[in-house]
Design a protein around this ligand. Structure first.
Ligand code: ADP
Ligand code: MG
Length: 701
């Protein structure tokens, strides 16, 4: 007799021939016994309840009834025929109807024999009927490994067409259980099981596929969700521990001349307490002998740039170079300008490297980098090109959340013996649960405080029909000496329509705000970098009143005198983008405004977005709403959502379970980093197994 394991190919399972095996593979990704076992229903029909015929109601959903067929008749219709059965219980009678397969069904039905029927009912002319009921003889119903809650498995059209529906899936899973006799290895330690009052792996698997009651189903779901999240957290935290113990980093012992001189003589403002705290956390990392991998979260305008600069100065004090990378050219330029200005009275050498840097300039930068003459390099992705070689890069700061790629690169930068420290700054706050799942292997710092003296931005939602009064408001603000952004959506760089909207908008604004009284600038992605820069500079210097732009200004642009942000077609933007855009104003001492312009007709989601923006300016709160609206995958982009392909847990709905899973993982690994203590043996076995077999996991490491 063959010995089956969870790794056995699915085609060996009773009820699964080569054809079905191929379909299961291509349609559902089920290759092995284990895959099938972990293929969970996505919902359940409640079959705990039985109805009597006289209890049926016109709006009943799916119901289950016990009764008998008393007679059958075939009724001719225009095309083909339908089969109608009279079905009775002790309270009344109804009809069962088949429009297809009548012949075959007629032969297989038994008259005057008790059946359990299940399905949706219709009501017509005083009689209830059930089309195409699911039917099972009561004697079989009692015998089968079958539960009150009927599982519904995810399926595809192709599978349904090939006759592989719920029943078949349920049946082959039943075969699988019989093969194993229900002996599935426990994966959580007794300690964890007891403390959380979890049911065993075996019971959980049984009840997820064949729930014996609603209560056991709930327990099964809880246990499996916990387990799923627990092992991901275990993996992330282990990764962090291993990195800290194995990946040595440069020790920046000194805080010296560069830092102190700047801090004491050139700091334009007092740091907020949050900035100070975060800086302390960073300094602690830099002083240990492990590589720093820290995520810095902070709302728009919370002052991340200053933290970045001070961190770079520490590297310089230890005779290392520093790099700051931004997602767009405009933002890189902005960082460069503000940092050059801050460092004006020092002798620190800073350069900017972007896609539009001239060849000659590039060459100079390359050689100054290699000789060590250049201290700080700021730029776009151009920084991670092969030609860019540092003499001794001590820290790389990335101003965006897309850390991947840079992390790889940090290994290649490893010209010297050690990799640079890494600080990732997020452009938008990430909800806590998402941060735990995506960045659970990083240390996280949060700036949860805005610099003092900021006035809350007033946000309003206006319809296109109110445009005249909006323009009037803009004129009043301009008369007070303020400047205005008007932003158009540019969802797709190549989208001709979007450009047309932008240009139309620009023309109409130019008409309503005529020269010479008003000066209007325009910036968009199709312009040459130097033209963009020219327009940005004019706006920055206050030479133009209105900046009409696409989202190229989304991140990081800093013009304190701009106090009004008008967002056109605001319903087309996501929440985080809206929040980012709004963050462009409110940087000076004046009262600032954000006006969201939309069509009158809005989807429910769009309404929620507008209401959220009007209600709050708290980036973390906005991020939570965004996560609920869009789900983790869309929020983070494909690349990073890989590890969020969860089988059963949902990081939005199951955030409590996630938190508990994480704290258990931390507790266990703190006590037993290598999982060598006997009580953790089951966890270790499961962990090793997952690392070998899970596709989800390969995305993490
Ligand atoms: P973000 O976190 O969005 O990158 P920035 O670093 O661009 O924010 O800072 C936003 C603005 O706040 C800048 O004009 C900066 O000079 C100013 N700022 C930063 N920290 C402080 C502070 N502690 N006190 C006053 N202003 C500050
Ligand atoms: Mg910034």
């Amino acid at each position: 007799m063959p010995i089956y394991t969870l790794n056995t190919a699915i085609s060996y399972l009773k009820g699964v021939g080569p054809n079905r095996a191929d379909l299961l593979k291509s349609e559902l990704g089920i290759h092995t016994f284990g895959d099938l076992l972990n293929f969970f229903p996505n919902r359940y029909l409640d079959r705990t309840q039985f109805f009597k015929i006289n209890q049926l109601q016109q709006n009943s959903s799916e119901v289950q009834i016990v009764g008998k067929i008393t007679s059958l008749k075939t009724i001719k219709q225009k095309r083909g025929s339908r089969l109608v059965a009279t079905f009775i219980d002790e309270t009344g009678r109804m009809e069962l109807v088949w429009f297809r397969g009548a012949k075959w069904i007629k032969d297989s039905l038994k008259i005057n024999t008790p059946y359990v029927i299940f399905g949706k009912t219709n009501y017509f002319n005083g009689t209830y009927s059930m089309p195409h009921p699911e039917m099972e003889l009561v004697e079989n119903y009692k015998k089968n490994l079958r539960s009150a809650m009927q599982p519904i498995y995810p399926s595809t059209e192709k599978l349904t067409n090939k006759g592989i529906g719920n029943r078949v899936i349920s049946q082959i899973i039943q075969n699988l259980f019989q093969e194993f006799g229900g002996n599935f290895t426990e994966t959580l330690s007794r300690d964890v099981l007891e403390r959380l009052n979890l049911i065993s792996k075996r019971e959980a698997l049984l009840n997820i596929h064949f729930p014996q009651s609603q209560k056991l189903l709930t327990k099964a779901q809880f246990r499996l969700k916990f387990e799923e999240l627990f092992f991901i957290q275990l993996q992330l935290i282990r990764k962090k521990i291993v990195r800290k113990s194995k990946i040595k980093g440069y020790v920046f012992e000194n805080v010296g001349e560069h830092f102190n001189n700047f801090y004491n003589n050139h700091l334009p403002f007092e740091l907020t307490n949050a900035q100070k705290r975060v800086l302390k956390e960073i300094r602690k990392d830099l002083g240990s002998n492990a590589q720093m991998n820290r995520l810095l979260q902070g709302d728009v305008g919370s002052g991340k740039t200053m933290v970045a600069l001070l961190t770079m100065l520490i590297a310089l004090d230890n005779n290392f170079q520093a790099a700051l990378m931004a997602p767009t050219e405009i933002l890189a330029t902005q960082h460069y300008n503000s940092i050059v200005e801050l460092l004006e009275k020092t002798d620190i050498k800073v350069k900017l490297l972007t896609g539009s840097s001239k060849t000659k300039e590039r060459k100079e930068i390359h050689s100054a980098l290699e000789s060590g003459e250049l201290h700080i390099l700021i730029g776009t992705h151009a920084l991670i090109e092969d030609k860019v070689k540092f003499k001794n890069l001590g820290i790389a700061i990335i101003d965006e959340q897309h850390r991947f790629g840079v992390e790889q690169r940090s290994k290649m930068w490893l010209k010297n013996e050690l990799p640079p420290h890494i600080l990732v700054m997020t452009a938008t706050p990430i909800p806590r649960t998402l941060a735990m799942s995506l960045y659970g292997d990083l240390d996280i710092s949060v700036i949860d405080e805005l610099p003092p003296g900021r006035k809350a931005i007033q946000t309003a939602h206006r319809f296109d029909s109110q445009r005249l009064s909006v323009f009037k408001f803009l004129k009043d603000e301009i008369a007070k000496g303020r400047q205005v952004y008007v932003v158009y959506p540019l969802i797709n760089e190549s989208e001709a329509m979007d450009y047309k909207d932008l240009m139309d908008g620009f023309e109409s604004i130019s008409r309503d705000f005529p020269k010479p009284q008003y000066q209007v600038s325009i910036v968009h992605g199709k312009m040459k970098a130097q033209d963009k820069e020219f327009e940005m500079q004019r706006f920055l210097k206050g030479e133009t009143h209105i900046m009409v732009a696409t989202t190229v200004i989304e991140v990081g642009v800093n013009v304190p005198n701009a106090s009004v942000m008008v967002i056109e077609s605001a319903e087309r933007f996501g929440l985080s983008q809206l929040h980012q855009l709004r963050g462009r104003v409110g940087r000076g001492a004046e009262q600032s405004y954000c006006i969201l312009m939309t069509d009158f007709k809005l989807s429910a989601d769009a309404k929620t977005r507008m209401e959220t923006m009007v209600r709050t300016s708290d980036g973390f709160e906005i991020a939570e709403v965004d996560l609920k609206l869009r789900g983790p995958g869309n929020l983070m982009g494909k690349q990073q959502s890989g590890i969020l392909n969860l089988r059963i847990a949902d990081i939005v709905k199951d955030s409590q379970i996630l938190k508990s899973a994480r704290s258990f993982a931390i507790e266990i690994l703190t006590e037993d980093p290598a999982l060598n203590i006997p009580k953790n043996k089951v966890v270790k076995m499961a962990y090793i197994h997952l690392q070998k077999n899970s596709t989800v996991w390969s995305n993490i490491s």
